[in-house]
Design a protein around this ligand. Structure first.
Ligand SMILES: Cc1cc2nc3c(=O)[nH]c(=O)nc-3n(C[C@H](O)[C@H](O)[C@H](O)COP(=O)(O)O)c2cc1C
Length: 353
């Protein structure tokens, strides 16, 4: 593929189209696909489109401030990079490209347990915060050592993925016969074949609240639970001592026909009622989507596929460009809707609320 000048790319949708030819068919299918018939995959995007905005006029929007605080750290805008596995399959620079691109914009990256670059190497290249996503593995000693290793490397929070007792029905990925290309390894996974089959091991089938309580007692940094779609589960997470909730359906890669995340968010945010930050991901493709998520109670959002596509197209520069587009679109949406600060964004931004 000829080199793409990423400055010429104007939207996240264009990045996806370009990524299709930048990646092998197998890897594109791995990134783009969802579970089963992909109903939830479509809903994640469509339900944002259905929400309409109310714009208010003659508000002083001369100075827009997008900054938010999370666990005592200032984030210049409420967008983080969601954990995504196997990035060296997407681009030769892999996670290093992502960390450098994010660093150029001050964006926090959540490094996947299935990273293809060790966290210590990423920490050396990082100029913005790193968080680490944890799949609790059946070997507790291994998991504890991993937590200590990533904390020592400077991970500022742990994101525990709680929605994957097994992988979903990844029909499209299987059809494309996705596998890790030769020479690419996952240094923080106990057993990569375990990961591809699902987080299942012979001695203990699945992760439960007991593991979360153990982890909360072990970790020294804030722990967020990723993959909560239900208000009761959010309540239970807070009771267990979780420091944050991430409303996510795993990018529609696990259980098809669960609702879109923007539909699930309001009930969770209402129940949490500001006790801990509520992040969300799934289907964010425009700055207006970020605005809508904040209006319905998110403290911040995360993106997954869009930056994977940016990475595939342009390495670090592609990741940076994806973030800049989304940040500028968010600023534009705040100005045009008459909401100059994050604190001024409430449900009233939505038409009919
Ligand atoms: C290629 C790919 C790999 C992913 N790997 C992980 C992972 O290792 N751990 C995890 O918790 N979530 C993983 N996810 C889910 C993302 O963290 C996130 O929830 C999802 O991509 C958000 O939806 P979006 O892609 O529509 O932005 C992955 C998603 C994709 C697309």
């Amino acid at each position: 593929m000829p080199d793409v000048d990423v400055r010429e790319v104007l939207t996240l949708h264009e990045f996806e189209a370009l990524a299709r030819s930048a990646m092998s068919h197998m890897t594109y299918e791995y990134v783009a696909s969802g579970a089963a018939d992909e109903h939830t995959l479509r809903w994640n995007v469509e339900r944002f489109e259905r929400l309409r905005l109310r714009s208010r006029v003659l508000v002083d929007v001369g100075a827009v401030d997008t900054a938010v605080m999370l666990f005592g750290t200032r984030h210049p805008f409420p967008i983080l990079l969601a954990p995504a596995a196997y990035q060296r399959a997407m681009h030769r620079d892999g996670e290093l490209g992502t960390v450098r691109g994010a660093g150029a914009t001050g964006t926090t990256v959540i490094v996947s347990t299935a990273t293809t670059t060790p966290i210590t190497e990423l920490a050396r290249a990082a100029t913005a915060p790193l968080w680490f996503q944890l799949y609790v593995q059946s070997d507790r000693a291994f998991t504890r050592d991993l937590v200590q290793e990533v904390e020592a490397a400077g991970s500022q929070a742990l994101v525990v993925t709680v929605d994957t007792p097994t992988l979903g029905a990844r029909d499209r990925m299987k059809r494309a016969r996705f596998e890790l290309p030769p020479g690419i390894a996952t240094p923080h996974l106990h057993d990569v074949s375990t990961h591809l089959r699902g987080i299942i091991t012979p001695d203990r089938v699945t992760v439960t609240w007991t593991d979360i309580e153990w982890l909360l007692a072990t970790a020294k940094v804030p722990v967020l639970l990723k993959g909560i779609m239900d208000a009761e589960d959010a309540e239970r997470a807070i009771a267990a001592g979780a420091h944050g909730i991430i409303v996510s359906n795993h990018g529609a890669r696990n259980l098809d026909t669960v609702p879109s995340t923007i539909e699930a968010l309001p009930a969770v945010a209402e129940r949490v009622a500001g006790r801990v930050p509520v992040l969300m991901d799934g289907g964010i493709r425009r700055g207006t989507d970020v605005l809508k998520a904040l209006a319905l109670g998110a403290t911040a959002v995360m993106i997954g596929r869009p930056y994977c596509f940016g990475l595939a197209v342009g390495g670090a520069g592609g990741v940076e460009r994806v973030i800049v587009i989304l940040r500028e679109e968010l600023e534009l949406a705040m100005k045009l809707s008459g909401r100059p600060t994050i604190a001024s964004i409430d449900r009233g931004v939505l038409w009919g609320e």
